[in-house]
Design a protein around this ligand. Structure first.
Ligand code: MRU
Length: 320
């Protein structure tokens, strides 16, 4: 059993340090500056976990600040990463509860995430049974949309967990997810802990694995879903959707309603985080490209709604 990804303990935010995985270490955050740094470095990551982090960050700030100073601190947290809408959503919810109510609101968001993930898992597993028939499935996933991206259960991996409980899971194929290896380091840790049969594959292998018929469906999480159903998720998701469409297999997005952003009309309006080129020019902190090379490092891509078979939330199955 893995510990909770994020929790509140006696005036501190306690996190599983996702930069250290597969080694299991925890980190304690006591100030807004420490939280902003932890979010930027991906010590805490994954859209639902970022929503909880944002809300708990406001609760942390509200212990010593109020008025304009609290609003400034909240804005610094919300702006730490731009793409996952849950971060700003969590900050705004806690801020709206006022200094006296921020912690209770943040803890409610934490608890609601656990319930949402269970509902998403059930709904997603039922959908896949309807789409793929009564058989054990091979599920392809990208990045990490499991317990370590949420509080303790997971969205895409919540679906996997329910499929397994139903006796309908054969294999998970997990893309390694360059440059920061959320698949090879984080999803693989979860799958080992759960005892789920899996194969980690290089990102470049994904499309041909789908084309060769080695998986039955793609299930991924999301960082922001626009009003028209366009989906931003970890860079490398869009190619999976293209390959799934070509192969005629379902491409399913599993995400809470808090990831749906009705203020963003379509994917073209989603800000895509550009990260440090050094993450691409090296592996695990060791430079692999020669001096003089430069890189592009977009952290997310947008899958157009027409490539999405269904978006499964805790409330509905949406075919955009
Ligand atoms: O950069 P990250 O690791 O925060 O990116 C995370 C993802 O892209 C996840 O797939 C997404 O947040 C959904 S997590 C349930």
């Amino acid at each position: 059993m893995l510990p909770r990804t994020i929790d509140w303990d006696d005036g501190r935010i306690v996190l599983v340090d996702q930069t250290a995985l597969p080694d299991l270490r925890t980190a304690a955050v006591r100030t807004v500056d420490e939280l902003v740094d932890a979010i930027r470095r991906l010590v805490v990551r994954g859209a639902p976990a970022l929503g909880v982090a944002g809300a708990l960050g406001v609760a942390l700030a509200a212990r010593t600040l109020d008025g304009a100073a609290l609003a400034d601190a909240a804005e610094r947290i919300a702006a730490a990463r731009p793409t996952a809408v849950n971060l700003r959503w969590g900050v705004e919810r806690a801020l709206a509860a006022g200094p006296g109510g921020a912690l209770a609101e943040a803890l409610a968001i934490r608890d609601a995430d656990i319930a949402s993930c269970h509902a998403i898992g059930r709904r997603g597993a039922d959908l896949l049974a309807a789409l793929c028939g009564d058989r054990a499935l091979r599920i392809h996933t990208h990045c990490n949309a499991g317990a370590l991206a949420c509080v303790e259960w997971g969205t895409a991996l919540g679906v996997v967990r329910d499929l397994r409980a139903d006796g309908r899971l054969e294999l998970v194929v997990a893309d390694e997810t360059r440059p920061l290896l959320q698949g090879a380091r984080i999803t693989a840790v979860e799958l080992v802990a759960l005892g789920v049969p899996h194969r980690v594959v290089a990102d470049g292998a994904a499309a041909s694995i789908i084309a060769r018929g080695l998986v039955d469906a793609v299930v991924v999480g999301a960082d922001r879903i626009a009003a028209n159903g366009d989906v931003a998720n970890k860079i490398g998701t869009y190619p999976l959707a293209l390959a799934a469409a070509r192969a005629g297999i379902p491409f399913v997005v599993a995400a809470p309603e808090s990831t749906v952003d009705l203020d963003t009309p379509d994917g073209a309006h989603i800000e895509i985080e550009e990260r440090d080129p050094e993450e691409v020019l090296g592996v695990a902190g060791r430079r692999t490209a020669p001096a003089g090379s430069d890189a592009w490092n977009p952290a997310f891509d947008v899958t157009p709604a027409d490539l999405v078979t269904a978006i499964v939330t805790e409330r509905r199955t949406w075919e955009p």
